[in-house]
Write a protein that binds this ligand. Sequence first.
Ligand code: NAP
Ligand code: F7E
Length: 345
Amino acid sequence: MKKKAIIFGVTGQDGAYLSKFLLKKGYIVHGIKRRASQLNTYRIDDIYSDPLIKKNNFFLHYGDVTDSISIFSIINKIKPNEIYNLAAQSHVAVSFDLPEYTTNADASGTLRILECITRINKKIKFYQAGSSEMFGKVVESPQTEKTPFYPRSPYGVAKVYSHWITVNYRESYKLFACNGILFNHESPLRGETFVTKKVVKALCKIKLKKQKKLFIGNLSAKRDWGHAEDYVQAMWKILQNNKPDDFVICTGKQYSIKQFINMVSKELEIKIKWRGKGIKEKGFDENNNCIIECSKKYFRPAEVDTLVGDASKAKKILKWKPKHNIQSLIEDMISYELNLHKNAQ
Ligand code: NAP
Ligand code: F7E
């Protein structure tokens, strides 16, 4: 019998990579998408045209993690072996503007799914998409599964609730419920308002003379960036472990936003000279045109200055080994972006 998986958040970056990964493993995948006024499935549309994937293994259903009835009906109808909860209002800056909605989706949404599992079938395995944002104002570096949380945004706080409610349902009802504590992971399919995608997109357009300037926020924040393709494999491995547990998934290397911009520029053969300090820092090209400028608009009320993880536990227990590094991530993102422009000509 083929395994059945439900993915909440199937239309997002990770949902798209995880769907393809599970289909290749022979799963029947049921993705949950929200109703939207425009088509929102562009990241997964290619699944239907992939000759290697049988059409009757991939299904989409309307649902929303803020709506208990839809969650219950879908889980009760499909009776899956595994549920991956990737659904979230996932933008940290936006969570300051939409704190109540973010809490409803990112915290209570997890509780709703867990509660449905306990009522329908306690054997359904559950993966919760936890985040390094839970470490926030870090109390130690690198961060591990034992590092205390200190979230710095409504998003981070909501994810901390989801982490602990997952642990609580595991301990209370013996659910196979697990938390992945994933550090930033990016890809060509990353949402366009996250910093890596925004930088790659803008610098490619600047290179092609289709854009003049990139407006950016805090250049000195540091992140541990991996590739989404490697991280969805870790999600699956977490649910195949012999016991339910929580795992940090990261690369163990950190770079500042400015370093990331420099690496992308180097790959695109754009020479940037930096002048000024703090919010007045600017990047100039070889012709002395200002191509990068900071804007207050992109700063957050509370910032997470530095994140870097230690994935020793996942490497040892799950034998998880990422294929990508920062250079191959950047190359993948740039090549996707340049191809888009080539095909648009
Ligand atoms: P993403 O691209 O923003 O995707 C989020 C998904 O959740 C989308 O499919 C979105 O639907 C869906 N969604 C949002 N609100 C929903 C609701 N109320 N009901 C049902 N679905 C809803 O995020 P991602 O980068 O793939 O991340 C996946 C998960 O991992 C998220 O929970 C995120 O918080 C977490 N995470 C991400 C990272 C990272 O670096 N990428 C790191 C740690 C944790 P629409 O397409 O309709 O918007
Ligand atoms: O910001 C700084 C910003 O929005 C990274 C989500 O997937 O990863 C993601 O959250 C850093 C921050 O990601 C801009 O201030 C500077 O310090 O790409 P980001 P994030 O906030 O780390 C975690 C692990 C998740 O769980 C989240 O779901 O970059 N930054 N200038 C900027 N950020 C943005 N977005 N835009 C700028 O112009």
